[in-house]
Design a protein around this ligand. Structure first.
Ligand code: ATP
Ligand code: MG
Length: 305
């Protein structure tokens, strides 16, 4: 299964949440590849605590591969190369967790036919090796988005299942932007149909993830005044109405990740130890990530074409 992680805006939580979903699936035994197609800002290695590629790799990144400069992109075995003290020893029963990093200083680039063919080759190869392939795409209607829309519409990829996650924060601008990325004239659905996708099938394969959502009921806000609490409640309800009007309401939401203090301070994986042993992370955050990770492949949460 290919999972494309997109967002209209930057800083939505797309990379950090996707990395955590990849981690959760690998913990559960899946072989997982994380593909950093965020050409402008390839930061996945930082989330996995892999040294040497924190802002992209200097050696055989995905950008160099797609441009035909190298025959094979670099792979990083996260369990082996991470500096995260708890992840070093690959947990029992876990699957492979492999990061394909972007190039340092790569930048956005227009992809031609050759790059598209290489992209298809890569995705097919990964599909034969891994259970789940998370692909982090540059924000907005980027070249990366267009490339994977074209790749997945290609006859060579017909039999490869794919799904899309569109990340957004819980504010008016983010809700409207996320809806636009999918539904507007130049959005993912229209762009996909123009490249040969079936509209209903593509629509059924897109779900939204609300990230860093403040829960007005959470103890985090319990010190606020009654007026603040009432205001937050009203805002939350107004956002729900807006999301529904914008066709990104609850029925197409795969999950909600609460605002997590750790992630406000540091881009990282949230482990069970963070919740149970050191108690620095909220249990609700880990539960939300585990739940979304399971739902990625649970047909009950996806539309029918
Ligand atoms: N649930 C959360 N609670 C609090 N902060 C979060 C949460 N999820 C992500 N963040 C933080 O928000 C910031 C942006 O997240 P992230 O880098 O994942 O976004 P992005 O959409 O990939 O951004 P970019 O477009 O720059 O690649 C990071 O500092 C991250 O740690
Ligand atoms: Mg990112």
């Amino acid at each position: 299964m290919l999972v494309f992680a997109a967002s209209d805006k930057g800083g939505t939580g797309r990379s950090v949440t996707s990395a955590n979903l990849a981690y959760q699936r690998a913990l559960a035994g899946d072989h997982v590849a994380y593909v950093d197609f965020d050409f402008g800002s390839p930061t996945a290695a930082a989330v996995f605590d892999v040294p040497g590629a924190m802002r992209g790799t200097e050696d055989r990144g995905l950008h160099s591969y797609l441009e035909g400069e190298v025959a094979e992109p670099a792979r990083i075995d996260v369990w082996r190369q991470t500096e995260h003290p708890l992840l070093r020893a690959r947990p029992n029963q876990s699957g492979r967790l492999v990061l394909l990093p972007g190039d340092a200083g790569g930048g956005e680039f227009a992809t031609g036919e050759d790059a598209l063919e290489r992209c298809i080759d890569l995705l097919l190869r990964l599909h034969s090796e891994f259970d789940l392939i998370m692909v982090d795409l540059s924000a907005g209607r980027s070249y990366a988005v267009d490339m994977v829309l074209a790749a997945t519409a290609h006859p060579r990829m017909r039999s490869v299942p794919f799904r899309w996650l569109v990340f957004h924060r819980w504010t008016r601008q983010h809700v409207i932007a996320a809806s636009g990325l999918v539904h507007k004239e130049h959005g993912i659905i229209a762009g996909g149909v123009a490249r040969g996708h079936d509209e209903d099938a593509l629509r059924a394969a897109i779900r939204f993830v609300r990230a860093a959502v403040p829960d007005p009921e959470s103890p985090l806000w319990s010190h606020g005044s009654p007026a603040q609490a009432a205001w937050m409640q009203a805002c939350d309800e107004a956002l729900r109405r807006l999301a529904a009007e914008q066709r990104i309401g609850d029925s197409v939401v795969l999950g909600v990740v609460p605002l997590e203090p750790i992630l406000q301070w540091r881009e990282q994986l949230i482990t069970e130890e963070d919740v149970l042993a050191t108690q620095i992370a909220n249990k609700e955050t880990l539960e939300a990530l585990e739940e979304i990770a399971l739902r990625l492949t649970d047909d009950a949460y996806w539309g029918r074409p």
